[in-house]
Design a binder for this molecule. Sequence first.
Ligand code: NAP
Length: 309
Amino acid sequence: MTIKLGIVGVGKIARDQHLPVIAANPAFDLVAAASRSGQPVDGVPTVPDIDTMMTDHPEVVAVTICTPPQDRHVIVRDALNRGLHVMLEKPPGSSLSEVADLPGLAAAKNVALFATYHSRFAPAVAPAKAWLADRKITAVRVRWLENVRQWHPGQDWVFQPGGLGVFDPGINAMSSLTEILPHPPFITSAELSFPANRDAPIAATLAMTDIAGTPIAVTLDWRQTGEQIWEIAVDTDAGPLVLSGGGTTLEAGGAKTEAHDPHGEYAGLYRRFAELVPARRIDFDTAPITLLADAFMLGKRTTIDAFDW
Ligand code: NAP
């Protein structure tokens, strides 16, 4: 039986990924979209909010939340309290306490809850994890360098409190890192660069380690023009492993594999959600957002030049 789905928040990621991927997955039937500003979606009606969605389309049993992290908690609680299965865009929220609140509510309502991390579904992530599983790791370097003007054009929420700044893509790095490393990493110090006119960092460097004492250096920067770099480089006793292209390319043991599918990560997310819904299961890892929170807790802050779009 198809899952009657609603989507909440019709912005860049909903249009770039969710709508085409839902349309291509026969497990889902998109019934309605919620947009405060009435953004049109081909083939389905737009409603202002979940309340109207459930009044007009009571057949909806699951929703995907694609709004920014601020205000996300109220929307998710509302959906769970209505007995809807919920899939969340990353990050799962804008604070640890509101995120911690959600799995218990989903369990109490006996519905599925899926905190997605699309980067974990990149094709080279699972092979990288398998290759590293029985290697001795001696050092890790993460570079996540992208152009905020290209990926978040004019989205002021990313620089507002709770928008996370460069940690919005940084959570992709953290989700891949925590997935592939055999030991959980933790942050020992951080330096955060805040534009003078913004409330969230545009760049960050993190010093991290793990229980084995592995040095892990992370550079996140949203001012990158030219080549966009999403790379995790790992030194091991069996030579280097490099996971690049955000998880599409793997170089390890003298071999290189590349796989580019523009909708592959999100297709994987929806296949997973289609498994979770009938089983009423919760997939809700908080490790990536915990690392971001630690970066804010430990971070030395520097004010730099103002940023304008
Ligand atoms: P966006 O383009 O700004 O779209 C978000 C939509 O949410 C808006 O169009 C807005 O539509 C709605 N909305 C509801 N409450 C809102 C609020 N309080 N403030 C602002 N908008 C609100 O953002 P996006 O890039 O799609 O990102 C949405 C989520 O996806 C974020 O968590 C982001 O981290 C994640 N994501 C984004 C990308 C990317 O490349 N951009 C990639 C992966 C994941 P209405 O005003 O019509 O309601």
